[in-house]
Design a protein around this ligand. Structure first.
Ligand code: HEC
Ligand code: HEC
Ligand code: HEC
Ligand code: HEC
Ligand code: HEC
Length: 298
């Protein structure tokens, strides 16, 4: 029996609730289960391992596990903070728009209330289950022009080409996504500027705005995918999507490569009648960036 056939049988036995049966999750466990992609590992092992190390696999954990949303759960700490965690709703966490978009379509307010309590308890195990999984990217966020292309279909994953028979028990077909190779695809979460639609505007990532307004007008030609998913690693689009802010050493090494600093200095000394004229130093600096946008972002 081929590896993937064994995996198929195992996956079918262990299958979580049908991901998109139309119901909404009322608990964090249910929401995590709906988008759980651990069965993809059996057949896409290398990509899975890459993704597992990426920020997309820990979008609510914060750098070095700092649980960045904690102030939003603390009474009085931010304009969104509820008096009591049980009063938290999806609206009191505007961060979900990009950090956990599936919550907005597939969760009840009770999930936000449970999340607020988990933040106060600093319950990293519970919060760590909520991820931007394979299913979020290859189904939920894979179609952007929905009026034209329709909603993503419940049994279809979207990728780079059509595959009519995909051996996954839920997602039995792969269709070519019209947008996954475009910068806009990443841009839907990586921010164009201030998010003005909220009761209080929120600004977090604005990197896609910088790409569109600075890099492209200056003649830039590469896409996010060109720089972050290629060259392919181990034969696949690189799902580590570096950089990784938790890996400080790798981070400094990459920044040293992508930001070059050229500095020239010249000193002036007044030889005669110096008197009250101070000596001078002329410094010329030139910083070059290989990125397709500002760094750091935000
Ligand atoms: C039983 C094995 C199996 C399982 C489980 C499985 N896949 Fe696949 N998948 C395949 C095979 C085989 C292909 C086709 C690869 C080829 O033709 O090169 C494929 C293709 C794909 C593609 C299309 C790649 C492209 O070229 O664009 C995507 C995306 C994908 N799978 C995602 C997933 C995700 C996400 C999951 C989990 C929800 C999953 N797969 C589960 C075996 C599997
Ligand atoms: C427009 C989409 C968007 C919204 C809305 C958003 N974020 Fe982010 N955020 C991102 C992206 C994308 C990154 C990572 C990339 C980057 O920093 O350029 C990020 C990174 C972060 C980081 C730094 C990395 C980390 O995990 O520590 C923090 C902290 C953060 N966001 C907090 C928040 C909080 C709190 C909210 C809600 C009040 C929020 N964000 C709302 C998209 C968003
Ligand atoms: C569903 C929303 C979403 C999509 C789509 C998405 N990202 Fe992200 N991405 C995020 C969030 C949220 C974070 C930050 C997670 C955290 O807080 O650590 C992130 C983190 C990253 C990081 C790590 C650096 C950092 O500052 O955290 C890179 C690089 C990255 N994304 C690149 C991409 C690229 C390239 C694409 C398109 C192929 C893409 N992302 C698509 C939401 C998304
Ligand atoms: C942040 C969004 C994001 C996440 C999360 C994500 N993918 Fe992808 N994936 C992409 C994009 C974008 C491409 C298309 C790259 C390109 O331009 O060829 C892709 C390509 C692929 C391909 C085609 C392989 C190739 O080399 O082109 C497969 C298979 C795949 N993904 C499987 C998975 C699996 C399995 C997971 C979960 C472990 C996953 N993806 C998680 C965005 C994502
Ligand atoms: C010309 C190549 C290039 C293009 C195009 C590009 N990037 Fe980057 N990006 C880089 C480099 C270089 C860095 C610096 C860090 C590193 O080398 O890992 C970086 C850093 C980042 C970071 C981390 C920023 C931070 O402050 O945390 C994110 C997130 C990111 N890119 C996402 C994207 C997205 C989304 C797009 C498309 C809208 C994109 N990049 C387009 C080269 C590029």
């Amino acid at each position: 029996m081929k590896h993937w056939m064994i995996a198929l049988v195992v996956a079918a036995l262990a299958l979580p609730g049908m991901a998109f049966a139309g119901q909404k999750a009322t608990t964090i466990d249910e929401l995590a289960q709906m988008f759980d992609a651990s069965r993809c590992k059996a057949c896409h092992g290398e990509i899975y391992r890459q993704w597992e190390t990426s920020h997309h696999a820990r979008p609510l954990m914060g750098v070095h596990g700092g649980l960045k949303d904690t102030p939003l759960a603390m009474a009085g700490a931010t304009p969104w903070s509820p008096e009591h965690p049980s009063e938290a709703t999806l609206e009191t966490f505007p961060c979900f728009k990009c950090h956990l978009p599936q919550a907005l379509t597939h969760a009840e307010d009770s999930v936000a209330a449970e999340y607020a309590q988990a933040l106060l308890d600093q319950d990293r195990r519970k919060i760590g289950q909520l991820k931007i999984t394979c299913i979020v990217c290859h189904n939920h966020r894979a179609i952007i022009h929905r009026l034209q292309e329709g909603e993503p279909e419940p049994n279809v994953l979207y990728g780079t080409r059509d595959i009519p028979n995909h051996p996954d028990p839920v997602f039995t077909e792969i269709r070519q996504s019209p947008v996954m190779k475009e910068p806009l695809y990443c841009g839907q979460c990586h921010g164009v500027g201030v998010n003005l639609e909220f009761g209080n505007p929120v600004q977090c990532a604005t990197l896609y705005g910088s790409y569109q307004h600075a890099y492209i007008p200056a003649g830039g030609t590469q896409s996010c995918q060109d720089c972050h998913l290629y060259p392919k690693k181990d034969g696949f689009a690189d799902h580590r999507m570096l950089p990784d802010w938790n890996d400080t050493e790798l981070m400094s090494q990459r920044l040293a490569e992508s930001l070059s600093l050229n500095m020239q200095a010249m000193g002036y000394e007044w030889l005669r009648a110096g008197g009250d004229r101070p000596n001078r130093l002329v410094i010329e600096t030139k910083i070059d960036s290989k990125a397709g946008h500002r760094i750091p972002d935000g």
